[in-house]
Ligand binder design. Structure first.
Ligand SMILES: Nc1nc2c(ncn2[C@@H]2O[C@H](COP(=O)(O)OP(=O)(O)OP(=O)(O)O)[C@@H](O)[C@H]2O)c(=O)[nH]1
Length: 505
């Protein structure tokens, strides 16, 4: 013992010294217990004996665990949160008495009560390690690679989206941090949200990519959009970010089949200065005056927001493509809808759109829309062999859509709805959403909405109601049977007429 004690004093990392004898079977089980403990639950990474305090990495890890477990984000673990935490870590809730005992012990030892992260460290290290491991930490007190980057293979022809549960989870994260309930995250609230991250995951460009409020703070809609964007562009990164926010393994199914897609990608092409950025920012409701306040280093090549397509909310992701005309990559060409924007006041700007279309999209199935940007300016004749309208007619595209973000109010949203509709329903015939009154789509729309059809419909409806719908008949199943058959026949007939009209030149 005299030899060992000075060594122990000199090397503080030696945790225990056990005097044992194999011959006399003295302290054999103790020896194994301490040896095992030294390997499985070492004190060294958690506690610095020289300074007599927890190590920084351990404080950081426990702080994150505390914040993630503090579901209402009030800085205190209440009984519910403590029980939840206990269940997550040890698969069993704390009995009410045990809960009180824990709090009493902490109250006695720590002035700040349950708020202090020293709570678990005051206990046995086995417990601390169990908590840390349950929350995904490895022996170096870093989050485990498998936890941060789970194996997740996405087939090349699939896109990645968050599912309903993921949105619910993110909604709860937003609510937890939006302390003043103004549906936006102030810089302090955002800082608090990212306190569980080792670094701030979002760059300076986030505020120009998604919706913000008047103060430039990211809104609830913007928050979800940013997550949708990360999931779409880099699902591995999204999983990593989620790992910092969740208590346990992520069980969120992130992949959806194409048919149920919610996020649609639109690539915006146009020459330098044609107004691409203005178009992107217009989608976030920002007019030219607002756009002029955006600093160069905060500029983003993406804008994501929701658009309503026949009553359904879809995410439309706009991506400004700035690459050189001749070197467009596969990734730059792959999208759900193409937006070609030219500047009505610049006579050379349309030619670029025409060339891009002819070189890359003329034979592809991707729907394209031509946008005549800066429509508030005086229109110049475009230097091209045909006018933009003639070009659209020739290539069976919808006519050029006028757009301007030089408005007093937020720019009009119709154009984005049209783009989203084209992306969701890329079928060639349904592309046209114009009011040209010449194409089949317009003729169909006009026919359905015509006064004659409307009057006939109303007359028929009132006739059926007055003649057949008595209280007794309403109850009779034969009436509903007849009504259903009638409705089906009408639907089939209407569809047949519609198809016939579509086929007509
Ligand atoms: N009058 C008017 N000016 C606009 C409009 N949109 C953009 N501008 C102006 O046109 C110029 C170029 O607009 P941007 O949106 O930066 O054009 P861009 O295509 O993104 O340019 P690059 O990113 O350089 O390729 C800016 O000075 C804008 O202020 C608009 O709708 N009306």
């Amino acid at each position: 013992m005299e030899t060992v004690l000075p060594i122990m004093n000199k090397y503080t990392e030696i945790e225990t010294c056990v005097e044992c004898s194999a011959k006399n079977l003295k302290n054999i089980s103790e020896l194994f217990y301490y040896a095992q403990k030294a390997v499985l639950h070492p004190t060294g990474p958690l506690y610095c004996p020289e300074k007599k305090e927890m190590r920084t990495a351990c404080v950081r890890a426990l702080t994150r665990i505390f914040k993630v477990s503090d579901l209402d984000n009030d800085g205190i673990l209440n009984d519910l949160e403590l029980t939840f935490f206990q269940k997550v870590c040890f698969n069993t809730p704390l009995a009410p008495q045990a809960l009180e005992d824990v709090k009493n012990v902490v109250r006695k030892n720590v002035t700040d009560g349950v708020l202090d992260n020293g709570l678990t460290l005051k206990g046995r290290h086995e417990t601390t390690w169990a908590v840390l491991r349950r929350f995904g930490y490895d022996d170096d007190l870093e989050l485990h690679q498998d936890f941060l980057f789970p194996l997740f293979k996405v087939p090349s022809d699939c896109t990645t989206e968050l599912n309903h549960n993921a949105y619910l989870f993110l909604q709860s994260v937003f609510d937890k941090h939006d302390k003043d309930r103004d549906c936006a995250l102030s810089p302090d609230e955002l800082k608090d949200l990212f306190a569980v991250f080792p670094y701030v995951p979002w760059g300076l460009d986030v505020n120009t990519t998604v919706c913000t409020n008047d103060q430039g703070w990211i809104t609830y809609q913007g928050f979800l959009s940013q997550w949708t964007l990360t999931t779409y562009l880099d699902v591995q990164r999204c999983l990593e970010y989620l790992a910092y926010l969740v208590t346990r393994e992520k069980k969120l199914d992130l992949q959806k089949k194409q048919t149920q897609r919610n996020v649609f990608r639109c690539h915006v092409f146009g020459i330098t200065g044609s107004g691409k950025s203005g178009f992107l920012q217009g989608f976030l409701g920002r007019n030219l005056v607002h756009q002029k306040t955006i600093r160069e280093e905060h500029k983003s090549y993406y804008a994501i927001n929701t658009a309503h397509v026949y009553g359904q909310e879809k995410y439309l992701l706009l991506h400004e493509v700035t690459a050189d005309f001749d070197v467009l990559s596969e990734a730059e060409l792959s999208c759900d809808v193409v937006c070609l924007i030219y500047d009505v006041s610049n006579p050379c700007s349309f030619e670029y759109c025409a060339q891009i279309f002819k070189q890359y999209f003329m034979d592809s199935k991707t729907p394209c829309m031509l946008v005549s940007g800066k429509s508030d300016l005086v229109e110049m004749k475009q230097q091209y062999c045909m006018s933009p309208l003639e070009f659209c007619r020739k290539h069976r595209m919808p006519p050029p859509q006028a757009f301007s973000c030089n408005t007093t109010a937020p720019p009009c949203k119709d154009i984005y709805t049209k783009l989203a509709t084209m992306a969701v329903y890329p079928h060639a015939r349904l592309r046209c959403m114009c009011t040209c009154n010449r194409c089949t789509f317009c003729l169909c729309q006009n026919f359905i909405n015509s006064e004659l059809v409307q009057t006939l419909r109303t007359k028929l409806y009132s006739l059926v109601l007055s003649r057949h719908v008595t209280a007794a008949e309403l109850k009779s199943s034969s009436f509903w049977l007849r009504a259903s058959v009638g409705a089906s026949v009408c639907a089939v007939l209407s569809f047949a007429i519609y198809r016939a009209l579509l086929r007509s030149p």
